[in-house]
Design a protein. Sequence first.
Length: 409
Amino acid sequence: MTPPSSNGRGSAFRFEYEPPTIRVGVGCVAALGAELERRGLERALVVCGSTVGDTPAVIDPVTVGLGDRLAGVFDETTPAKRLATAFDGLERLRAENADVLVSLGGGSSLDVAKVISALSASDRSPAGIASAFAETGTITVPDEGLVPIVAIPTTLAGADLSQVAGVTVAPESGLVEEAHNGGVADPRLMPAAACYDPELVATTPESVLAGSAMNGFDKGLETIYASNATPITDATATRGLRTLVDGLAAFGDGKRDTGTFETLLEGIVLVQYGISRPGETTLSIIHAFGHGLTRGYDLQQGTAHAVVAPHVLEYLFEREGVDARPAVLAAALGVAETPGDPADPVVDAVREVRDTLGLPARLRDVSGPDPEAFDAVANAILEDRFMANAPPGLAPSATEIEDVLERAW
């Protein structure tokens, strides 16, 4: 089904994107050594979490694929994405004399590898970097000298074709007196290559895959209605969403064959292709809600998205003068032939994806904030940098954001 041809943002646009080399398919990690050889890279440090490092079905194909280019495995990443972990990884990188990072796992490992890369080009002390991070919420990326990255995702969150990374720092690290959250962004942090092997993704626990899939799916939704959408990202996001709907339906029906995971990975690659660009991203209000709901709470991003995404979409569609492009979304989700206003079918389709994945539908059922904290959460959402990409015409107030949270409760 072909979506409306207009991008809804005017006929003029500028699109700059520097994608990595992408390999997709069963056993594609077997070619890791050859990929590094093409780039003149000789010693790879694998960056992953302890579970991945202790799972032969995941780590072994990667180390075998690297062959004599394997310098070592740093398996200390955690969901907290700690700056202290990145400093430990940097120390290991230098000890092994590695010239490339291979990030393996979910968004935590992929993000920590980006932070290690940013640190690798700096001669500043850990204390100095942490102090600046506490003040600014980011890490300055030097102009040159970054260690390149090869990304191998094992989840469906879509954190791989990205030039940004989240990072945290806490007092127990000895680097700061108070906890801080932030990130790092630079076009040079985009991986040089990314490998998508369905057999590795199939090893990830289903509960983790379900939450990550919702996160990845929402990247496609947001890319279509973001204020900086382009016909190029419309095309990739539309095809990606359509593919994900098919793959997630099969996954929800209990199909765990290679074909299902190949379909899911195709969709995930497409929905994130072109969304993380120099100086901008199409991530928008749902991701801002995700940040506000998970910061300081034991709540996974994908779960937060599952709860709030339908309510956020309803909010966008209800606001007069807001161009959230429901017709384009309806075409992408395969509900464009429904007569009448496409807004309700779009929300219903998103709910169906959430329910297919078996994810929670209410905030009261997850380990997130209680209503007493909604005021603070709403302000954090409004201050999130991704709100800058909200659909044209949207000027949300804290009261409106709190109302969305109340609906989700």
